[in-house]
Design a protein around this ligand. Structure first.
Ligand SMILES: Cc1cc2nc3c(=O)[nH]c(=O)nc-3n(C[C@H](O)[C@H](O)[C@H](O)COP(=O)(O)O)c2cc1C
Length: 188
């Protein structure tokens, strides 16, 4: 299954924090693509959902509300593997009513470093730069700021390319209506 291959790549890069940076593409409100780097924060317990944290006020959040489809692209140099994960993003902000997901949001807030938490009290992202925008008071560990959201990417389709070998190797993983995965080896 794709999860074991991804786990292997992550393990091989366990001493390289930058291996947890991945590219997250969404659809802009103008239907044009938007892409940015984010940090992988692990999987939600007992699920295939990838955790990402972000600022509620960032452009991606409005894009996700309008269209939850997104694709991750993730390349691991040591294993020479690329994972393209198509899925739907689930937004968990201060208004989300689901108790379990709300507690996952709080846990994600608590597991951030303090400098990372402080960023959520900065001035509104992408607005004209203001001189007093750099708040440095540490926010409450037990109360995520309203600007803090947890994003969960629920995978639908995975395209795994292994550069090692001639020819290269490529697999598609598709999730069926029951939530089970099927695997197919394809031409690279
Ligand atoms: C190495 C790196 C890691 C980043 N990690 C995150 C992250 O985890 N979450 C996030 O929202 N933005 C992260 N960013 C910033 C985004 O790339 C982006 O600039 C920001 O989220 C605003 O994007 P948007 O306007 O498309 O919403 C990171 C940037 C870099 C360079």
């Amino acid at each position: 299954m794709w999860r074991s291959h991804l786990a292997r790549s992550l393990h091989q890069h366990r001493n390289q924090p930058e291996a947890r940076f991945l590219q997250l593409a969404t659809i802009g409100l103008d239907q044009r693509p938007r892409n940015r780097t984010v940090v992988f924060r692990g999987f939600l317990e007992n699920s295939d959902r990838l955790k990402i944290v972000t600022d509620n006020r960032s452009q991606k959040v409005a894009q996700i509300v309008a269209n939850p489809y997104a694709e991750i692209n993730w390349y691991f140099p040591k294993t020479r593997s690329q994972f393209r994960i198509l899925g739907k993003l689930i937004l968990i902000n201060q208004e989300s009513a689901d108790v379990e997901l709300q507690s996952a949001r709080k846990a994600a807030w608590q597991s951030l470093s303090e400098p990372a938490r402080i960023q959520f009290s900065w001035a509104h992202p992408r607005e004209a730069k203001s001189i007093d925008s750099l708040e440095i008071t540490p926010p409450d560990l037990n109360q995520p700021l309203d600007s803090f959201s947890l994003l969960l990417l629920e995978p639908i389709e995975i395209d795994r390319l292994e550069l090692r070998g001639a020819p290269q190797n490529r697999w598609l993983y598709l999730r069926d209506a029951q939530g089970d995965w099927t695997e197919q080896e394809v031409n690279p």
